[in-house]
Ligand binder design. Structure first.
Ligand code: SF4
Length: 211
């Protein structure tokens, strides 16, 4: 397992990122939610953008969405210490300082600078994109749900992208839970073949697996 940097304060791991003003979101953020995890992770998970809890704590995937993300990782046989976790846009986008909104194309483009830097530093073999915005930020291709769960080689970074729905989506779309688990089983197979995961599912979703 690689050196864990998640315990280090942002000022020691990404000083310039923590003070970034490359797009207008710096004006309303509490703090930049920088990428964190193992610097030698072989798999990176890329989400969309921080929400209220992430903006407040400076950590990725907190609250209800964070619990879904933890469940997802456990189902894959992984935990946060084995991965790198980042957002396509690292400052919280809001409508009026209160409500979340989707990041704008110019914000995604500006923040891609930090995504490229994370990839260069960590050099993962896979990026798992969580939802449309993360997929499009990495691949610069148009999202289509039919592209889920199919490894896509990205020449720019010499790695494979594996797209799944954003776990927060399941809070509103319980009907997609089985589809989501099917996608994760495929991903787990890819990670086991690559030696990234032992493939032992854990957590609440594993209880629903057939013996
Ligand atoms: S969203 Fe990204 S590019 Fe924009 S200010 Fe924050 S860190 Fe910089």
């Amino acid at each position: 397992m690689g050196r864990i940097v998640s315990e280090l304060p942002p000022s020691t791991i990404a000083d310039d990122e923590a003070h970034c003003q490359r797009c207008g979101l710096w004006r309303t953020r509490t703090q930049v939610v920088v990428g964190r995890g193992s610097e030698t992770a072989r798999v990176m998970f890329l989400a969309e953008a921080p929400g209220r809890e992430e903006d407040k704590t400076g950590l990725g995937f907190q609250g209800a969405a964070g619990q879904r993300f933890n469940d997802m990782l456990a189902f894959l046989g992984l935990d946060r210490e084995q991965i790198w976790l980042a957002n396509a846009v690292r400052c919280r986008p809001t409508v009026d300082g209160k409500r979340n909104r989707a990041p704008r194309p110019e914000e995604i483009q500006a923040c891609r600078h930090w995504l490229v830097r994370d990839i260069a530093r960590v050099q993962p073999r896979f990026i798992v994109t969580l939802g449309r915005i993360a997929f499009e930020a990495v691949t610069r291709e148009t999202w289509d749900p039919a592209r889920r769960a199919i490894p896509l080689y990205v020449n720019e970074f010499s790695l494979e992208v594996f797209a799944v729905y954003h776990p927060a989506y399941l809070i509103y779309r319980r009907d997609l839970l089985e589809t989501y688990r099917q996608d994760l089983r495929k991903l787990r197979g890819v990670l086991v073949t690559a030696g990234v995961s032992t493939g032992e599912p854990r957590g609440p979703w594993a209880m629903m697996e057939s013996p």
